[in-house]
Design a protein around this ligand. Structure first.
Ligand SMILES: NC(=O)c1ccc[n+]([C@@H]2O[C@H](COP(=O)([O-])OP(=O)(O)OC[C@H]3O[C@@H](n4cnc5c(N)ncnc54)[C@H](O)[C@@H]3O)[C@@H](O)[C@H]2O)c1
Ligand SMILES: [Fe+2]
Length: 422
């Protein structure tokens, strides 16, 4: 973990707020990374019994076999749970925890998209501290280190392999919930872009726009030195800081360059490399700076209707960029350039920040259409009467709202955004 504090160059007497930057313990990135580095990861963690959390689609795609190959004959015993469903309800997570407990592993491997990696994190948490996943939702409620954890993403989107979050569905209350804790960052993230090649176009599109949402929310977050964290409260998120912004910017550039290509042709390996890197960089950015209103507003939607987290975010993103525009005009103007808009450098010198920021919204909306993400809540089965309830839930997720450059003052303000997206 890097900790940084400095004098603000404009007002040298004022000490800027301290920021820090955290990641997975070790990040390995590249084609064949799992084959060449999983064994070493187990050795370094002293793992002799590993429990692998995955799903049936990945077993069928051959990714479980590829993952286990370096462990065969190595003396590392393993057991697999392959019944995770997308965005799992807490009941399925509990089932997985029970299976893991019976095996008594000394390390957990999350193999899959965010759904599987997050479940692996919850297994590592409960095996170390007991209780139930619902006991730990919210910010910084995990009391200490969890079981050693290795995450291997098979989608390019969530960044969970480096992040401090574990998301699941609180089925009784119809909402996605999240446990956020520095202890939930994996000890090892092994990112092999080849593991994403079998992703269908829809999964590529949905997870890819999730990565873009992470990066835009981190890039436009409230500044670290104005981050409104109430005294005595702890948060994994700290607002915009230079390291997170660097990574968010590169993520946005890579998504602009490669997401359409990866959706159009899943065997385009350059695009898969680019998107895998984008997702990990987006994860590094948001898991330090924070995600904000888009995520707060997606959680109730995803809990109520059948839409993936990424598609829900992609649907909402342009509407929230519009709401945020007055509070982060310059950052959004920069997003236009980062997205590689062909006109942007030519226009930059004569166009106002505001006009450029408007174009960022247009570019994201166009990208969304071109990769098949729905543009309206009514198109995904949301009825208008649900919106006030969504607004009340989103308004209550203060740990996300305070990262947003424009702080909604009431449920009604959020309701208006939902209305515009309906
Ligand atoms: N922990 C975090 O930091 C974080 C961040 C963002 C989102 N999330 C959460 O992650 C979840 C979404 O994760 P996701 O977008 O990665 O999708 P996912 O894990 O839900 O997977 C979606 C589908 O794609 C399939 N799939 C995944 N990889 C594949 C591959 N290589 N080939 C073929 N099929 C493949 C899966 O089997 C599944 O059916 C949500 O619950 C979301 O809230 C977590
Ligand atoms: Fe996300």
């Amino acid at each position: 973990m890097l900790v940084f504090f400095a004098l603000d160059p404009l007002t040298p007497t004022r000490l800027m707020r301290t920021w820090s930057f955290s990641s997975a313990g070790t990040l390995v990135f590249g084609r064949q990374a799992v084959r060449h580095h999983l064994r070493e990861a187990c050795d370094r963690l002293g793992a002799n019994r590993v429990f692998v959390v995955t799903d049936a689609t990945l077993v069928k795609a051959g990714l479980l076999d590829q993952t286990l190959e370096p462990l065969v004959g190595s003396g590392v015993a393993y057991q697999t749970f392959d019944r995770i469903t997308p965005e799992p309800g807490v009941e399925r997570v509990r089932e997985c925890i029970a299976a893991a407990r019976a095996f008594n592993p000394d390390a957990i491997i999350g193999l899959g998209g965010g759904s599987n990696m997050d479940t692996a994190k919850l297994v590592a948490l409960i095996l170390a501290h007991g209780g139930d996943p619902l006991d730990y939702t919210g910010d910084c409620r995990v009391p200490g280190p969890v079981k050693p954890l290795i995450c291997i993403p098979t989608t390019a989107g969530t960044g969970s392999e480096v992040s401090a979050a574990a998301v699941f569905t609180d089925t009784a209350n119809h909402i996605k919930v999240s446990c956020l804790s520095p202890y939930l960052r994996p000890n090892f993230a092994i990112v092999d872009p080849l593991f994403t090649v079998s992703c269908p176009a829809k999964v590529t599109a949905d997870s890819g726009i999730d990565a873009l949402t992470h990066a835009i929310e981190a890039y436009c977050a409230v500044d670290n030195d104005r981050f409104p964290l109430p005294p005595g409260e702890k948060s994994v998120y700290q607002g915009k800081n230079p390291m997170a912004s660097l990574m968010a910017a590169e993520c946005i550039t890579l998504v602009g360059r490669y997401l359409r290509r990866a959706v159009k042709d899943g065997t385009d390996l350059e695009a898969r490399d680019g998107m895998a890197l984008a997702a990990t960089l987006g994860g590094l950015a948001f898991s330090n700076a924070g995600v904000a209103l888009v995520h707060a507003m997606e959680y109730p939607v995803g809990g109520a209707v059948h839409i993936s987290h990424g598609a829900g975010n992609g649907l909402l993103l342009p509407y929230i960029m519009r709401y945020n525009l007055p509070a982060c005009t310059h950052a959004l103007a920069q997003v236009t350039t980062l997205l590689g808009d062909a006109d942007s450098s030519a226009k930059a010198h004569r166009e106002s920040d505001e006009a450029q920021a408007e174009r960022a919204i247009e570019l994201v909306a166009n990208l969304r259409v071109s990769i098949g993400i729905p543009a309206r809540l009514r198109d995904i089965g949301v009825t208008k009467d649900l919106l006030p309830g969504f607004a009340a839930k989103a308004f209550s997720i203060k740990r996300l709202l305070r990262v947003n450059p424009r702080m909604p003052q009431s449920e009604d303000e959020i309701l208006q955004i939902y209305d515009s997206a309906w």
